[in-house]
Write a protein that binds this ligand. Structure first.
Ligand code: 4NP
Length: 160
């Protein structure tokens, strides 16, 4: 089982959408039984909350149902997961500051757009305070990045 955790600030806009988009790519590749996929936030602001309606809507338009509930990222996630994917550099840095993030055997920490051919290493912009078009933009970034992330994981783990 390959375990992947997507992390943003609130766990209601970007990371639940990343979770849904990555699950869709995994499903299309017929690899559902090989993955555990979740999302979390560096803040605890939206614990047990459903994703933002605008993330739910852009997912729905693209044939994806979002059903996650908000939770906070914790040190234990570095023991449980193989890959932790931060949406932006602030999230990356907050995760790196969690005790245990650099221990032997801890999850590998990446930025989502390490896997984006257009804008490598940039932040996935936080769409929370903007309009619906921001969510469409985030969806497009996540769709490209998640496809490349899956290809990388398949290569690393010799999955056909
Ligand atoms: P997210 O977006 O980190 O992509 O889930 C945000 C959601 C909520 C807030 C900020 C960003 N907030 O300030 O409550």
């Amino acid at each position: 089982m390959i375990k992947v955790l997507f992390v943003c600030l609130g766990n209601i806009c970007r990371s639940p959408l990343a979770e849904g988009v990555f699950k869709q790519h995994v499903k299309e590749a017929g690899l559902e039984n090989k993955f555990l996929i979740e999302s979390a936030g560096t803040s605890g602001w939206h614990i047990d909350q459903s994703p933002d309606p605008r993330s739910i809507e852009v997912a729905k338009v693209n044939g994806i149902h979002l059903d996650s509930l908000g939770r906070k990222a914790i040190s234990m996630d570095f023991e449980l997961f193989d890959y932790i994917i931060a949406m932006d550099y602030n999230n990356f840095s907050d995760l790196k500051n969690l005790p245990g993030s650099s221990k032997d055997g801890a999850a590998k920490l990446y930025l989502m757009r390490d896997f984006d051919d257009l804008g490598k290493g940039e932040d996935v912009p936080d769409p929370y305070y903007g309009g619906d078009d921001g969510f469409v933009h985030v969806y497009e970034i996540l769709d490209r990045s998640c496809q490349n992330l899956l290809n990388e994981i398949k290569k690393t783990h010799s999955i056909k």
